[in-house]
Ligand binder design. Sequence first.
Ligand code: PXP
Length: 242
Amino acid sequence: MKLGVNIDHVATLRQARGTNYPDPVEAARLCADAGAHGITAHLREDRRHIQDHDIERLAEERVLPLNLEMANAPDIVAIALRLLPDEVCLVPERRQELTTEGGLDAVGQEAALRPTITAMREAGIVVSLFIAPDPKQIEAAVALGAPYIELHTGTYCDASGAAAEEELKRLIEGARLAHRLGLKVNAGHGINTQNLPGILRIPHLDVLNIGHSLIARSVFIGLRGAVVEMLQGMNTYRGGEP
Ligand code: PXP
């Protein structure tokens, strides 16, 4: 299983003071050096953290495969088609939210998603849909021709006790169904070293996309240390069905 580091919150720290540091591209280089497998960045419509020039530099340097998280909005789609990230992950986006809340409604938005997915595929960009572990959403991803889904792990990561177990069961079943239907499966949102053991029970995972907890941990042990610590935690993953 691979680790994709979401570097949005390096930019959050920079934007908080309007400085030109810390630099997300320098963070990407450090992540590569520490053994991460990919870089994820979310160019939000409100540009609250990552800016256009960050994406341009990340796309140009390409220290690792670049996964652009994005809403299905025409101006952002145009940027993706110009910069050609290795992968795009289509997410829902609301301006008021603190972070991406809930998964994409691939069922309800099939008509709007189809042309975007087709354009991305024609441009050679791998498409992933960020969805909840809901069988209907997984089937819609297949119908739309997306090769990847990213299972939204936020509900599981925020829950405890029986609710967490219940959500983990949904994630496990969702990953099984997606795999059976020929999709590749990533997972992300809210993952940290504490909840990682539960995440490792989800079969068939290709990439874990992790941001906030890694950048938070790096305040204390450095970005390299935080990436290495997470990779060590992921080491025991066995992948397929037990
Ligand atoms: N995957 C997706 C699709 C996301 O929207 C986010 C948050 O930007 C992440 C992964 C990373 O989540 P976190 O910052 O909670 O690790």
